[in-house]
Ligand binder design. Structure first.
Ligand code: BES
Ligand code: MN
Ligand code: ZN
Length: 500
C-alpha cells in the first residue's frame, strides 16, 4: 500500500481532485465538516443529509457516486459523532469504517479528508499513523497456507491524506513511521499465526537471521551445547520433552553511539505450550501456538526500527523451545539450577515461560543494559485481570522504575496500544516460597500474573527492568482468531522516544 500527503490552497480545491473516492466527515446533527462543505458547493451532500439516510453516528458510512460538481468518482460520507470536538474513540471508529470501505472498492486510489486536528490532544501525524495502521489491518490476511486465497486484487492501494499545509512535514514523517510499524506488525502476526509444526524454534532462528541479513543487524544463535555451557539449567528443563532443538537468539541493532548502553528486549518464544507433564486441557490448546508472540513482537519491533533506521542501540534476546510431555520431560517436583545459581522447584511444568525467561534475563547482564523489557504471553491470570484491552505492565516501584513504567505507559497511550500498571511486592513474593529450593515456579493461589512477575523480578536486580504480560493482547480468540501484532506499536514508540 502506498500513502501520500496532499495539501490544499486557494488554487487547488478538493472539488477538482481526480480520485476514486474522497472520504469526508459529517455529524449527527446533519452538520457537515469543513471538507464536506467544500464538496457541497452544489448542495448535493446537504440534500442527502436531509433525507436522513445517514445517522452521522461514529463509523456510520454512506457511499455517493457521481456527485454533481465534484471530480472524484465517489464520496464516502463518514459519521464523526455528535460534535466537532471529536472523541478519540469515535474518530477511531470512523477511520476503521473508512479503510474497511476502501478495502472492497473497485478503484485504486482514494483521498482521506477528515478534520485532521479536531481530536483533543491529537494532531495530523496521529491521524495519518492511525489510518495507515488501520488500513494495513483491514488488508491483512493469513491465507498463506490456504489453496484458495481469501482476497482478489480489489481494494484501494493508494491513499492520500488531505492535511493543512503546516502539517505536511509531520504528516510525511508519520507515513514513514507508520509504514515501518505496519511492516513489523505484519511480521509479528505472520509468525504468531503460523502453525507450530512450521514455526519451530529453528524457524524463528532462521527468521532472525534473514532479518539480520536484510537490514545488516548483528545476529547470533546459540544451540543446546552452548546453553549447557552457560549453565541455563532452567531454560533447558523446559525443552527436555521435545525433539525440536532449542535456540537462543541474539539480535543487535546498533544505531546509537558505540558507547551508549543498549535497550534490551527479551521475548518469550515457546513455539507450542502443551503444559508439559502438567498437561493443559484439550479445548483451545491449539491457541498455545501463540505462546511465541513475545518473541515475534521482538522480531517485529526490530523490523520496524531497522526500517526506520532508528538512532538507538537495541539488543533483542529470544529464548525459544517447545513445552512437550514425554518420557524425558521435566516432572513436577524436579529441582533445577538456573544460570543465576538460584535453584527452582518446578511444581507445575505449565509455568514454563518464567523458566526460560529467567535464564535469558541473567544472560543479558553482560550487555550492561540501560533498561531491559521482557515481553511474554506469561499468564492466563493476566487475561482475567485486564481482558484483551491492556497489556499488563510490571516493574519495581523505585524512582528509576517509575520513570520506565511511565515511559512505557505513555508509549502505549500515544500509539493506541495500551498497557496498565500492576503491583509487585513482598506479600506476593512470599507466595513463591519452596520447602526444598530457593523458590517454587508457581505461587499459592491468587494474583497469578503478579507472582509470575515476582518470579522474574528475582533475576533482574542488576538493572532497570520492566515486564509486559501480553497473554490478553497478543492474539484474539473466536471468529476473528489470530495474532494482533501487539505490542509492536507500544515497543516501537517507546524506542523512538528513547532515541529522542
Ligand atoms: N502460555 C501460558 C499462559 C497463557 C494461558 C496465555 C492462557 C494465554 C492464555 C503459560 O505458560 C501458562 O500456562 N501459565 C499458567 C501458569 C500457572 C500454571 C501458574 C497459567 O496461566 O495457567
Ligand atoms: Mn504454560
Ligand atoms: Zn506458556
Amino acid at each position: 500500500m502506498d500513502f501520500s500527503i496532499k495539501t490544499f490552497d486557494a488554487k487547488t480545491t478538493i472539488i477538482a481532485v481526480k480520485t476514486g473516492c474522497i472520504a469526508v466527515g459529517v455529524y449527527e446533527n446533519r452538520k457537515l465538516s469543513k471538507e464536506a462543505q467544500e464538496l457541497d458547493h452544489t448542495g448535493a451532500i446537504s440534500a442527502v443529509m436531509k433525507s436522513g439516510d445517514l445517522s452521522g453516528k461514529p463509523g456510520s458510512t454512506l457511499m455517493l457516486r457521481n456527485v454533481e460538481g465534484v471530480a472524484a468518482e465517489r464520496i464516502l460520507l463518514v459519521g464523526l459523532g455528535k460534535n466537532e470536538q471529536i472523541a478519540e474513540k469515535d474518530f477511531n471508529s470512523a477511520i476503521t469504517a473508512v479503510v474497511k470501505a476502501f478495502s472492497t472498492l473497485g478503484t485504486n486510489d482514494a483521498l482521506v479528508a477528515l478534520p485532521a486536528e479536531a481530536v483533543k490532544g491529537r494532531d495530523a501525524a496521529w491521524l495519518v499513523q492511525s489510518a495507515i495502521l488501520a488500513a494495513h489491518d483491514a488488508a491483512y490476511r493469513s491465507d498463506g497456507l490456504k489453496s484458495q486465497k481469501d482476497h482478489g486484487n480489489h481494494g484501494v492501494k493508494k491513499i492520500a491524506f488531505a492535511l493543512p499545509g503546516h502539517a505536511a512535514v509531520a504528516g510525511k514523517a508519520a507515513i514513514a513511521v507508520a509504514q515501518a510499524m505496519a511492516s513489523g506488525m505484519a511480521l509479528t502476526r505472520d509468525l504468531g499465526n503460523l502453525p507450530p509444526n512450521i514455526c519451530t524454534p529453528s524457524y524463528l532462528a532462521t527468521t532472525a537471521k534473514k532479518l539480520a541479513k536484510e537490514f545488516k543487524l548483528g545476529v547470533e544463535v546459540l544451540d543446546r551445547k552452548q546453553l549447557e555451557a552457560l549453565k541455563m539449567g532452567s531454560f533447558l528443563s523446559v525443552t527436555n520433552g521435545s525433539v525440536e532443538p532449542p535456540k537462543f537468539i541474539v539480535l543487535k541493532h546498533m544505531g546509537g553511539k558505540a558507547k551508549d548502553a543498549p535497550t534490551v528486549l527479551v521475548g518469550k518464544g515457546i513455539t507450542f505450550d502443551t503444559g508439559g507433564i502438567s498437561l493443559k486441557p484439550g479445548a483451545s490448546m491449539d491457541e498455545m501456538k501463540y505462546d511465541m508472540c513475545g518473541a515475534a513482537s521482538v522480531l517485529g519491533t526490530f523490523r520496524a526500527i531497522a526500517e526506520m533506521n532508528l538512532k538507538l542501540n537495541v539488543i533483542g534476546v529470544i529464548p525459544t523451545c517447545e513445552n512437550m510431555p514425554s518420557g524425558s520431560a521435566t516432572r513436577p517436583g524436579d529441582i533445577v539450577t538456573s544460570m543465576s545459581g538460584q535453584t527452582i522447584e518446578i511444581l507445575n511444568t505449565d509455568a514454563e515461560g518464567r523458566l526460560i525467561l529467567c535464564d535469558a534475563l541473567t544472560y543479558v547482564e553482560r550487555f550492561k543494559p540501560a533498561v531491559v523489557v521482557d515481553i511474554a504471553t506469561l499468564t492466563g491470570a493476566c487475561v482475567v485481570a485486564l481482558g484483551n484491552h491492556n497489556t499488563g505492565l510490571f516493574t519495581r516501584d523505585d524512582d528509576a522504575h517509575d520513570q520506565l513504567a511511565n515511559d512505557l505507559l505513555a508509549a502505549g497511550k500515544s500509539s493506541g496500544d495500551t498497557a496498565w500498571r500492576m503491583p509487585l511486592g513482598d506479600a506476593y513474593n512470599d507466595q513463591l516460597k519452596s520447602n526444598f529450593a530457593d523458590m517454587a515456579n508457581i505461587g499459592t493461589p491468587g494474583g497469578g500474573s503478579i507472582t509470575a512477575a515476582c518470579f522474574l523480578e528475582r533475576y533482574t536486580r542488576k538493572y532497570t527492568w520492566a515486564h509486559l504480560d501480553i497473554a490478553g493482547t497478543a492474539w484474539k480468540s473466536g471468529a476473528a482468531k489470530g495474532a494482533t501484532g501487539r505490542p509492536v506499536p507500544l515497543l516501537t514508540t517507546f524506542l523512538m522516544n528513547r532515541a529522542g
